[in-house]
Every structure is written in structure tokens, then in C-alpha cells.
Design a protein around this ligand. Structure first.
Ligand code: AR6
Length: 168
């Protein structure tokens, strides 16, 4: 059975060992999924994130899940789309890979991702889905900690793009 699946839903409601947040380099919250996660987790998350003093694009940091049903939140700033010739593909792959690495190090068996960079950061959806699915599958080949990765897609178009890529 595949260890990677896509569902449509709100990632703040999902109960897994770690959810990933599509953050920005300040890690101090924002709109989109980042805003939703901060609102649902409560003010403790803001205080925890403050201690990191930011995070470079493609890297990841982990905090507790605070008021969320999930145990941990992994924060990663994905790349802003600047046309595709500014290392965007590699940076997006780094966000997925470094998040999975932190999940593995923290003994997480179940991990949920939003569609990183395809909202405010304007990364083309089909290209992002291809990179996400390839990177997650490559990681899972050598990982023996993570049982299941779920792509939690907020809208039907995003869900269709990931579903198509997973079924290829
Ligand atoms: N659950 C799952 N997915 C969601 C949710 C949710 N509750 N809410 C939105 N999405 P975006 P980015 C989807 O813009 O492109 C923030 O301000 C959304 O529909 O949240 O990486 C940060 O602070 C889209 O499919 O993230 C950064 O400044 C996907 O999540 C910036 O936005 C990503 O959209 C990051 O931009």
C-alpha cells in the first residue's frame, strides 16, 4: 500500500504526529495556512517561533503543536516563485526533504503537508505537485520511521493536482 496520499481538508483539524506549516522566513506568522495554524495553535506557538530568529528558505524548524490535535508543527518557508530560474524547484524540494528529516528525527510516524508555495508564493501548482510527490517518495524509500504522509489540500483544484501526480 502507498505511504503517500492526498485528501481535501483543513490541516489544522488533522490528527497526525506532525503537520507542516508553509511559513515565511520570519516564522512569525502570516496569512494562508500559516495564519490558520497560528490561530488554531494559540499564542504559545508565536512565543516558540520567536526563539528561532527566522529560518532560511528551504530549511525547517520544529515546535510543539500547542492547541492543535497534532503533536508537532514543522515550519518551513517555501520559495517565492520568481519565474522558475531562481532555484525555485530545488528550494521547494529542500522544504519537503528537510521537513521529513525533522519528522524522522523526532520519531513521527504520520506527517501532513499543505501545498507549500502554491498560494501567496505563486509557485505553479502542477510543477509544485510533481516536485512534492517525487521528493516525498524518494525520501520514503530510505526512511523507516514515517508510515504515512498525507497531502492536505484546501481546495478541489489543489486536491486534483496532487491526486493526479500520486496516481501517475
Ligand atoms: N489547510 C490546508 N491548506 C491550506 C489551509 C488550511 N487550513 N489554508 C490555506 N491552505 P499559502 P505559500 C492552502 O498562501 O504559498 C503566508 O502568509 C492554500 O489554499 O498559505 O507557501 C506565509 O506567512 C494553498 O493551496 O502558502 C507566507 O508569507 C496552500 O495552503 C506565505 O503565505 C499554500 O498557500 C507562504 O505562501
Amino acid at each position: 500500500m502507498s505511504r503517500l496520499k492526498a485528501i481535501q481538508g483543513d490541516i489544522t483539524q488533522v490528527r497526525v504526529d506532525a503537520i507542516v506549516n508553509a511559513a515565511n522566513t520570519t516564522l512569525m506568522g502570516g496569512g494562508g495556512v500559516d495564519g490558520a495554524i497560528h490561530r488554531a495553535a494559540g499564542p504559545g506557538l508565536y512565543a516558540a517561533c520567536e526563539r528561532f530568529h527566522g529560518c532560511p528558505t528551504g530549511e525547517a524548524r520544529i515546535t510543539s503543536g500547542f492547541n492543535l490535535p497534532s503533536r508537532y508543527i514543522i515550519h518551513t518557508p517555501g520559495p517565492v516563485w520568481h519565474g522558475g530560474n531562481h532555484g525555485e524547484d530545488e528550494l521547494l524540494a529542500n522544504s519537503y526533504r528537510n521537513s521529513l528529516r525533522l519528522a524522522e528525527e523526532n520519531n513521527c510516524h504520520t506527517v501532513a503537508f499543505p501545498s507549500i508555495s502554491t498560494g501567496v508564493y505563486a509557485f505553479p501548482l502542477d510543477r509544485a505537485a510533481r516536485i512534492a510527490v517525487t521528493t516525498i517518495r524518494d525520501f520514503l524509500k530510505t526512511d523507516h520511521v514515517i508510515d504515512e504522509v498525507t497531502m492536505v489540500c484546501f481546495d478541489p483544484t489543489t486536491y486534483a493536482a496532487y491526486q493526479k501526480e500520486i496516481n501517475k
